[in-house]
Design a protein around this ligand. Structure first.
Ligand SMILES: [Zn+2]
Ligand SMILES: [Zn+2]
Length: 284
């Protein structure tokens, strides 16, 4: 029960439907984004990033942990989430563990907007504020790599090593913004975090697409309406803008029709809607 979207820097596998379930797996980052449904192929993933605690984003976590138990995985799942949900999440998992007669263990890392955690050698994750109706976060995955300053590019290897030993500063640090995930948010998230426009793959919710939902109603629910992305169409410099978390108001084919009709060509060229492979697969 999942679809795949391939972008230049990442593969996104999963399903997302507003109010029902959202869970995406990015194998390149060994990352699961939300746990609104538990899919077996992603159960061995090392890290889960929880945007917020609405049940369509967190409700399948006990199942996911149960799957990991069955698979014999010893390492607890690392879970990154907003501070506000740590205690209730722990209590909820304890309750499920008691019913299941098996500990549903996770390693929780609470995050606040601006917090950054190093995941491995180059890869870091930075939390940013999203604007929903409950405490929520977005996650930006970035790589910091050292590059030799241009003036030293011609130097032979042994000399570089020698100069490094002498403590000379030969390198500059480059930041590659690989992927960001922002769901269940008003579009203010884009205005407050303009670096999102430069991330290679931006995964963004777009719950509502046309007049079937008014802008006011979309804002009241803490969601994005396509009208609000079109107002900002020229800002998106991403390689790929993956839109997801569509409302059930729309059929999958309608989503494509509306995007084709409403998006200017330059924006449409980078937009990848996350849709089921068949009309009913995970949409109804
Ligand atoms: Zn949602
Ligand atoms: Zn929500």
């Amino acid at each position: 029960m999942h679809s795949t979207v391939s972008t230049p820097r990442a593969t996104i596998k999963g399903a997302s439907l507003a109010g029902l379930y959202t869970s995406l797996w990015v194998p390149e980052l060994d990352a699961l984004l939300d746990a609104g449904h538990a899919f077996r192929r992603a159960a061995s993933c090392s890290r889960l990033y929880l945007s917020h605690a609405h049940v369509d984003h967190v409700g399948a976590l006990p199942s996911l942990l149960g799957m990991r138990g069955l698979m014999g995985l010893r390492e607890p799942l690392e879970v990154y989430c907003p501070h506000a949900i740590v205690d209730p999440l722990r209590a909820g998992l304890e309750a499920f563990g008691a019913m299941h007669h098996w500990t549903l263990d996770v390693k929780l890392t609470p995050m606040a907007p601006g917090d950054e955690v190093r995941i491995n050698r180059d890869l870091h994750v930075r939390a940013f504020a999203t604007r929903h109706t409950v405490p929520s976060l977005g996650f930006l995955f970035l790589r910091r790599v050292k590059r030799l300053r241009p003036e030293f590019l011609e130097l032979p290897g042994p000399e570089i090593a020698e100069r490094r030993q002498r403590g000379e500063d030969l390198f500059t640090l480059h930041e590659h913004l690989d992927l960001a995930y922002a769901t269940d948010t008003r579009p203010r998230v884009l205005d407050e975090n303009p670096e999102l426009y430069d991330v290679s793959t931006l995964i963004l919710e777009c719950s509502f697409l046309d007049e079937r939902k008014s802008l006011d109603a979309a804002r009241a629910g803490g969601h994005i309406h396509l009208d609000e992305l079109l107002e900002r169409a020229e800002n998106f410099r991403n390689d790929a803008l993956v839109l997801m978390h569509f409302s059930q108001l729309y059929k999958p084919a309608e989503v494509v029709e509306i995007l084709d009709e409403r998006c200017p060509p330059a924006l449409r060229a980078i937009v990848h809607p996350l849709l089921p492979r068949t009309p009913r697969e995970w949409w109804t």
